[in-house]
Write a protein that binds this ligand. Structure first.
Ligand code: COA
Length: 433
């Protein structure tokens, strides 16, 4: 038995014993989705509820439902700070209980570290013979918080894949660990609607063979993946790796051979999909799971020619300002990497960025194309950075066009039942005469 196994045994504790190491006022951080160690945060919540530790803060992003500390009965016991609201944190943020820090995803590692972290909480793969755990499904903020926190607590999970990339943790860096074989959270694969398929095909027509792609979060971005099945030699450099990308790799559409950097390999900052995706990335030398401050850095993205970014939005106004993170003043998600990719694609030779969204929301009752953003809506993509907006009715290229031209193109891709009303408003605003 080597020394690492001895170290492992000495550090192995129960989740409750790990929670006993928490002190009043400790600030903890965890990576995205499957990166959060479930049993450890449950024990921290329990200890807080018992009044044995006070004023603990847990920071995270795209947090999923499940852990007790996100439930209303814990609002006054644990502080939660989110950098991107997920289904687990949305309600708490909307009711003013959780704090939300607006940030581009590429900046989150450095912002988190500047907040003087006490504890890094990670969910990791089993240890290998060299004493290394893999963060598996994520790079994300993992390497940054690992290095800046004073205490590192990990949960070892046999379902966490072991991936290649810059996302390893050595047993010597860990203060305490527990074991918990809990299946990783999965994102249901949904069949794209007819409208989403239309948007997918329109965008696919504008993507050249050999392009490197990023597909964002949400139903529309998933549909684009399916529409790319007849392309050749695509590359993937993306924040989120998901099911549709596995389809493209397995079909031979993605070879990564024409990428300027990381040639031959898919690069991602985290994976969220079905179990099939987690199995696909397991010990796969063709996939690099890297820290998000590198993956989403616009200057890194810009190094790849013909970089195509596809993301989604909640609403867009006549200027081309896109809100993708709030419904009016009500926070919904976060900036994520949308601006990182819009900017990176803009700087890439031959690069394009598309914001694709259904023309309406709420069963067709609301137009997502608006004269002005709803008061309080957060601007995710700035009017000077936006490239093209896509709905099921077409593509409106805004980059380099006047406000009048932008307005006309946007009205043309609005749902027909809203076009007259939008034109009327544009006239009132002296944009159309
Ligand atoms: N007015 C009112 N409600 C609206 C709306 C609008 N203009 N647009 C959307 N909504 C509602 C929808 O009806 C839906 O409500 P429901 O949950 O009650 O059905 C909800 O908001 C979510 O909208 P939907 O279009 O289904 O979201 P999605 O899952 O396709 O995700 C974004 C779209 C924009 C929320 C998502 O892409 C996002 O968070 N983007 C920001 C980050 C980003 O782009 N990152 C890129 C790299 S991964």
């Amino acid at each position: 038995m080597n020394n690492f196994n001895e170290m492992y045994k000495k550090k192995l504790k129960s989740p409750d014993e790990i929670a006993e190491l928490m002190q009043d006022g400790f600030v903890c951080a965890s990576p995205i989705c499957s990166g959060e160690p479930f049993d450890i945060v449950q024990s921290i919540a329990k200890r807080s509820a018992e009044g044995k530790v006070h004023d603990v803060e847990i920071d995270g992003l795209l947090t999923l439902p499940g852990p007790d500390y996100l439930k209303p009965e814990f609002y006054d016991k644990i502080k939660h700070v989110s950098y991107f609201l997920g289904p687990g944190s949305r309600k708490g943020a909307q009711s003013g209980q959780f704090d939300y820090i607006p940030a581009n995803y590429s900046d989150i590692p450095s912002i988190l570290c500047s907040r003087k972290l006490d504890v890094c909480l990670l969910n990791v793969s089993p240890m290998d013979k060299h004493g290394y755990f893999s963060m598996g499904a994520y790079g994300c903020v993992g390497p940054a918080i690992l290095r800046s926190a004073k205490h590192v607590f990990v949960e070892v999970n046999k379902y966490m894949p072991r991936t290649h990339g810059e996302n390893i943790v050595h047993i010597s860096q860990v203060e305490a660990l527990c074991e918990n074989d809990r299946p990783l959270p999965e994102l249901a694969v949904t069949e794209p609607s007819e409208d989403e398929k239309k948007m997918g095909s329109m965008i696919a027509e504008l993507i050249p063979d050999g392009a490197t792609i990023q597909l964002g979060i949400g139903a529309v971005a998933g549909a684009i993946g399916k529409a790319l099945i007849n392309k050749k030699d695509l590359g993937i450099h993306t924040e989120m790796f998901s099911d549709s990308m596995v389809d493209l790799i397995e079909a031979g559409v993605v070879t990564n051979e024409r990428k300027n950097i990381y040639r031959g390999r898919t690069v991602s900052a985290f994976c969220y999909g079905s179990r099939r995706v987690y199995d696909f990335i397991d010990d796969n030398p063709g996939v690099e799971m890297l820290p998000v401050d590198y993956v989403n850095d616009p200057y890194v993205i810009a190094q790849m020619d013909n970089f195509i970014s596809v993301n989604s939005g909640m609403e867009v106004d006549f200027l081309g300002q896109v809100s993708a993170e709030s419904i009016g003043p009500m926070p919904f998600s976060g900036s994520g990497g949308q601006f990182d990719y819009v900017k990176g694609a803009r700087l890439s030779k031959g690069g394009r960025s598309f914001i694709a969204m259904n023309s309406t929301a709420k069963n067709g009752t609301i137009s997502k194309i608006k004269p002005m953003l709803t008061p309080g809506a957060a601007v995710t993509t700035h009017k000077n950075e936006v490239d093209a907006i896509v709905t099921e009715y077409g593509v409106a290229v805004l980059k380099g066009h006047s406000v009048r031209e932008r307005t006309k193109s946007l009205i043309n891709i609005a749902h027909p039942k809203f076009r007259d009303e939008l034109a009327f408003e544009a006239k009132k605003m002296n944009i159309l005469i």
